[in-house]
Write a protein that binds this ligand. Structure first.
Ligand code: ATP
Ligand code: MG
Length: 347
């Protein structure tokens, strides 16, 4: 698969401050590539350099085989940019705004009309296209912003945090537009976000950016696999040291820790006494007094949660120990990010 983009050693300095510190990566034609990082990581600065908005302090990129520095006109034709901040005329209709952007790219007459109709359709705003956009919700304005980046039929679309401050309905429209553009028109897309779920849903690969550098770049699946295999939390009828040791020895299990110990006999007795006298006992306060007290709960760290689950349940069956609850926590990009940087993506 040929690369639509190859960034090579991009650097951006603001005085002494290095906003982007030697970033290199490639995006394949037809790929949805994620740039993921916290506030100030350098995502927008990277995109601005790749789209000719900012001049790199060092490094360059090839886009569709053209050099960013020496062939800016060709690069501009290939790139579509949807900036983080809206750039629209509030008193004009969506249609008029889009016609304005189309003319910048030299479109006119019937071509322009057809292109504008098409992109309105892509962002699902055809029906309200003639209203001034100051009457639109934040999410609808964002969709017009996306349409503006599409009028000239770019091969590579840069979306800079397109869902920030957007209502859920518009968010879904944006997801659908991204998937459609990629699948039906084979558009390559670079998608920046703080939202892990979005990157997991939309992107094939992602670069995790922190403090101006790429600290990990891989398929979503491989990024997540680095963390290991997920955690199973399980409530058991009973638990003893021998069971703990046996579960720890299972091949797909890496660790077993006790979250809630075996309930103390006194607490159970107090709850039972309260049921008789009608008084609330501390131990039984937040559950009906006739409910069974909760058993011990263990946290099982695994190499692969599915395998571990089969082995643990098999062992418990053998020992004739029932379980009262099972929760499985699969690792996600959020936990990968936390693991790599020690930080949360959104504070
Ligand atoms: N014009 C500028 N002058 C000086 N510093 C800047 C300028 N623009 C950005 N920076 C700094 O460069 C760094 C990277 O900023 P950038 O906007 O690229 O981050 P980002 O990853 O897009 O963050 P966010 O998620 O908040 O949009 C930050 O430390 C920021 O303060
Ligand atoms: Mg930004």
């Amino acid at each position: 698969m040929p690369a639509i983009l190859e960034a090579d050693g991009l650097v951006k300095k603001y005085g002494e401050h290095v906003a982007v510190d030697d970033i290199s990566f490639a995006v394949e034609e037809g790929e949805v590539f994620g740039l993921l990082g916290p506030n100030g990581a350098g995502k927008t600065t990277t995109i601005s350099m790749l789209t000719g908005v900012l001049e790199p302090t060092a490094g360059t990129a090839r886009i569709g085989g053209h050099d960013l520095r020496t062939e800016p006109t060709e690069v501009k034709r290939i790139n579509g940019l949807v900036p983080q901040d809206l750039a629209l005329y509030p008193t004009l209709s969506a249609r008029a705004n889009l016609q304005f952007f189309g003319r910048i790219y030299g479109l006119k007459g019937r071509d322009l009309r057809e292109r504008v109709d098409d992109v309105l359709e892509v962002v699902a705003l055809t029906e309200r296209a003639n209203e001034p956009i100051e009457k639109y919700s934040g999410g609808m304005k964002r969709r017009v912003n996306i349409a503006a980046g599409l009028v000239h039929q770019p091969r590579l679309l840069f979306l800079d945090e397109p869902t920030v401050g957007v209502d859920p309905q518009s968010r879904n429209h944006i997801f659908e537009s991204v998937m459609k553009l990629n699948r039906e028109r084979r558009m390559s897309i670079i998608y920046t976000s703080h939202y892990m779920e979005e990157v997991e849903l939309l992107c094939t690969r992602a670069a995790i950016v922190d403090e101006g550098r790429i600290i990990a770049l891989d398929t979503i699946r491989n990024l997540i696999a680095r963390l290991g295999g997920g955690v199973i939390q399980m409530g058991l009828e009973r638990l003893d040291d021998e069971m703990l040791a046996a579960m720890r020895a299972l091949p797909a299990v890496t660790a077993v820790t006790i979250v809630t110990p075996q309930p103390a006999a006194t607490a159970v007795a107090a709850a039972a006494a309260a049921a008789v006298t009608g008084e609330a006992a501390v131990a039984g306060e937040d559950r009906p007094t006739d409910a069974k007290p909760a058993g011990p709960v263990v946290k099982i760290e695994t190499r692969r949660s599915q395998d571990a689950l089969v082995q643990v349940v098999g062992y418990l069956n053998e020992r004739d120990v029932g379980f009262t609850s099972i929760e499985i926590f699969e690792p996600n990009l959020e936990s990968v990010f936390l693991h790599l940087t020690g930080k949360k993506l959104r504070e």
